[in-house]
Design a protein. Structure first.
Length: 372
């Protein structure tokens, strides 16, 4: 338990909280808006009560860091359409991560479609989906590949494996997304006011810290990559506050035990071999150029044409997910939060995923049911 003890040490956390308060005190009353862009951070921040250690000058916002939350309704709709076997074609099995299973599409979720007879299997990895294809050669298996740079290498390796094994009944509907273009879209948005980014730990293990350097260089944005334990998050926040008050924007790395500036070359190489950048639609952020990963033509036998990126995601009219994902409102500002929209009956994607901001607020944050 060495690492747990070290990174969850209460005294160390209090000391970091005190240092953050001293640093924020030098901000001359300026309100500091810091955004995390990783669902793991969203959960860690609320689970460990980090906001309670911070001075009121610091506001923590959640951004587009939950892969399920940013996956548009068009993707879910297309998956359900694909699950309906074409006349005379093989029966289709959809293989999906559990988080995506309950995300609402225009006319219901994959869970609803499964209740109506679609064959939808929940898997933990792309390789699990591949095994389903191997065991069911009479069926076509479509893996619903969502996630950021963290999960893309696994999908890429699985596509290569399918090709090597001539597994013609395995295909991938790529919904993979990449974080740096989304961050550029956020800072380019006139509505979004952020002083610094808590950069994603898991994504950065793959891509490294270098791809974020444009944020400091071109936008003067404070940035810090950090991990998921309480003292990791607090160190990241301290680094951001110090950068802002000292007016020295940079990309710091407070997660050096895992993240290198250059990332993981092997993982990047396999992703580059199988995928290429493509325009994509994000819930909350809209169409972002070259922000998604499309399967290269060389591997097209194992891919499915993704949804038209120009078609926006269609949300429930009262759901504020698109604003939550840009840090414009808090989940508890949504009129449905905790009343109509609950983890067991989610109205929007941000309440479905374990990494969604609405789910995190409901479970741990202000406005949760226990506070009513
Ligand atoms: S509480 Fe539910 S309806 Fe409201 S923004 Fe979050 S997910 Fe959407």
């Amino acid at each position: 338990m060495k690492f747990i003890d070290e990174f969850r040490n209460a005294e160390a956390a209090k000391e970091l909280g005190a240092r953050i308060r001293r640093a924020a005190g030098r901000a001359a009353g300026k309100r500091l808006r810091l955004m995390e862009v990783c669902g793991g951070h969203t959960m860690a921040i609320h689970r460990f009560g980090i906001p309670h250690l911070l001075p009121e000058e610091i506001e923590l916002l959640s951004g587009p860091g939950c892969p399920v939350c940013v996956t548009p309704t068009t993707y879910v709709d297309l998956a359900i359409r694909l699950g309906t076997a074409p006349c005379g074609g093989p029966e289709v099995t959809l293989a999906t991560f559990g988080d995506l299973y309950r995300v609402p599409g225009t006319d219901g979720s994959l869970e609803d479609a499964a209740a109506g007879g679609l064959d939808v299997r929940v898997v933990y990895s792309a390789m699990d989906a591949l095994r389903i294809a191997q065991e069911n050669p009479e069926r076509e298996v479509i893996f619903l590949a969502i996630g950021f740079e963290t999960t893309a290498p696994g999908t890429a390796a699985t596509i290569r494996e399918a090709a090597a094994g001539e597994l013609h009944n395995f295909r991938v509907l790529s919904g993979h997304k990449t974080m740096p273009p989304a961050l550029r879209a956020l800072v380019d948005s006139p509505e979004v006011a952020v002083d610094g980014f808590i950069l994603p730990g898991h994504v950065s293990t793959i891509i490294g810290s270098e791809p974020y350097e444009f944020l400091a260089r071109e936008y003067g944005m404070a940035c810090c990559v950090t991990g998921f334990e309480p003292t990791d998050v607090l160190r990241g926040i301290l680094a951001l506050v110090q950068q802002v008050v000292e007016e020295r924007p940079a990309v710091e790395n407070a997660y050096r035990r895992v993240v290198k500036r250059a990332g993981n070359p092997l993982a990047k190489q396999i992703v580059d071999e199988v995928f290429e950048p493509a325009d994509g639609q994000w819930r909350g952020l809209g169409l972002i150029a070259e922000s998604c990963l499309a399967v290269r033509a060389q591997w097209e036998a194992h891919s499915v044409e993704p949804p038209d990126p120009r078609i926006p995601s269609a949300e429930h009219e009262a759901c504020r997910c698109v604003d939550v994902l840009r840090g414009l409102v808090r989940p508890s500002d949504c009129s449905l939060f905790g009343k109509v929209c609950l983890p067991d009956s989610p109205v929007g994607a941000c309440m479905v995923s374990n990494e969604g901001a609405c789910a995190a607020y409901y479970k741990y944050g202000p406005g949760r049911r226990d506070d009513d």
